[in-house]
Design a protein around this ligand. Sequence first.
Ligand SMILES: [Zn+2]
Length: 64
Amino acid sequence: MRSAPAPTDPDPVAEVACPECDAPVAVSVPDREAEPTVRPYVAAFGDHSVARCSAGHEFWVYYC
Ligand SMILES: [Zn+2]
């Protein structure tokens, strides 16, 4: 009798577009309900992380 594989729960990942060149960038989100919002600038509030596209553009992703 085989045991069923445990349900995997990888970190949810969302795809956002680079604001500079529209390249798709995968960002991890803190939970699957979070909606990543791309901002070209940093604000002093909110959960955010820095993402970088394949062309080297850095931008901020906020979760609301
Ligand atoms: Zn880019």
